[in-house]
Design a protein around this ligand. Structure first.
Ligand code: ATP
Length: 364
């Protein structure tokens, strides 16, 4: 198990700055995911760690040892690529053995390691197959076996599942995670798929334009986004404009009882509050109910809804015209609602995230 430290890494390609002062401390044995949209710098960071790129500034450490001047093949880092990168002219066994030849592992020991690793990735019966005789999932297992056979200190994976079909991706997510946990190998994983990142990782680092937006547990990334970018990139969200009315926050046409330290910050133009559609509860009250110390309640009118079996998606409009999206359990009474009906929404105050004009997150 190895700790990976990334300290103040900068990397440009000509005039394009791919990484701007990246610092991360990746705990031993963790599954750490770099998540972000295309072009945010994830691959550059991964390839710099592997040694395929040289950073312009900063230092990389594994277990406190600087990597910066160590060539790729001596870094003791395994890498799995999106397009598998296996040799088409070598069979499965020879592909896996390739890394061991470079490390000059004695024959008997090499045989044992290949057998073990093929068993681990469930390819033990396919050792003599050629790559073109394998499915995409099997080819990726070969890529994984080849990366692991040298017992690397760190495993890097660059979108390893993105060429596979949807169901296989889901199955392999769980398999990869289980394998990583059983080996206890520090793994740095790159993806632009937020669900994959949340499901597989101990920690997720969200990147945008070569800058870290937030590095935290999946729970915190989802429920306590540091800024609007994270709140919108990970999962779906409502962003509701906020005003200040007589010292209290007002949104959705409701003057709330929310006044706190963050009030000054959100008093500027452009402040918004976010709340996840699935965290909004719907209630059908005969009589209006008041907000409480912990929950906000306010009326909205139904625009339309769609029943999707497991859930009901509703678009509603607050009294000031703000559109709000809700994902609710599909109660039959809700399915019967028609356009223009008034319903009440209930939102737990702790489910709100405020963002000021500068995009910084502020919590209740
Ligand atoms: P993707 O998900 O599309 O692979 P990414 O987040 O991995 O994207 P990078 O490939 O690291 O992003 O690219 C970061 C930035 O650097 C992008 O603006 C990209 O266009 C640029 N870039 C990457 N490689 C090169 C290169 N060899 N020469 C010039 N610019 C590059």
């Amino acid at each position: 198990m190895s700790r990976v430290q990334i300290k103040n890494i900068k990397k440009s390609y000509g005039t394009v700055t791919a990484l701007q002062d990246i610092s991360l401390d990746i705990p031993s044995g963790s599954f750490f995911t770099l998540l972000g949209p295309s072009g945010c710098g994830k691959t550059t960071l991964l390839r710099t760690l592997a040694g395929f790129h040289q950073q312009d500034q900063g230092t990389l450490l594994v277990d406190g040892e600087p990597l910066d001047h160590i060539p790729v093949h001596k870094r003791n880092i395994g890498m799995v690529f999106q397009d598998y990168a296996i040799f088409p002219h070598l069979n499965v066994g020879k592909n896996v053995a390739f890394g061991l030849k470079q490390h000059r592992v004695p024959k008997q020991q090499a045989r044992e390691r290949i057998d073990n690793i093929l068993r681990l990735v469930q390819l033990e019966n396919l050792e003599n197959r050629m790559p073109h005789e394998l499915s995409g999932g099997q080819q990726q297992r070969v890529g994984l076996a080849r990366a692991l056979v040298t017992n690397p200190k760190v495993l890097l994976m660059d979108e390893p599942l993105s060429n596979l079909d949807a169901q296989l991706r889901i199955d392999l997510r769980r398999e990869l995670r289980a394998l990583q946990q059983s080996l206890g190998i520090t793994t740095i994983y790159v993806t632009h798929d937020q669900e994959e990142a949340l499901e597989m990782s101990d920690f997720v680092c969200v990147m945008h334009n070569g800058v870290i937006q937030q590095s935290d547990t999946p729970w915190a990334i989802y429920h306590q986004p540091a800024n609007q970018f994270v709140a919108s990139f990970v999962g779906s969200n409502n962003f509701l404009p906020v005003k200040v009315a007589s010292g209290f926050l007002e949104f959705c046409g409701v003057v709330t009882d929310l006044e706190a330290d963050y009030l000054a910050a959100v008093s500027s133009e452009g402040a918004v509050v976010s709340v996840r559609p699935e965290r909004i509860r719907l209630e059908l009250f005969d009589q209006p109910k008041e907000s409480s110390a912990t929950h906000l309640r306010f009326p909205v009118s139904v625009q339309y809804h769609s029943f999707a079996g497991r859930e009901l998606r509703l678009s509603v409009q607050a009294t000031d015209g703000t559109p709000v999206q809700i994902i609710s359990e599909p109660k039959q009474a809700y399915v019967r609602l028609t356009e223009g009906d008034t319903v009440w929404v209930v939102i737990k105050k702790s489910d709100l995230s405020f963002f000021d004009r500068n995009n910084s997150g502020l919590r209740l």
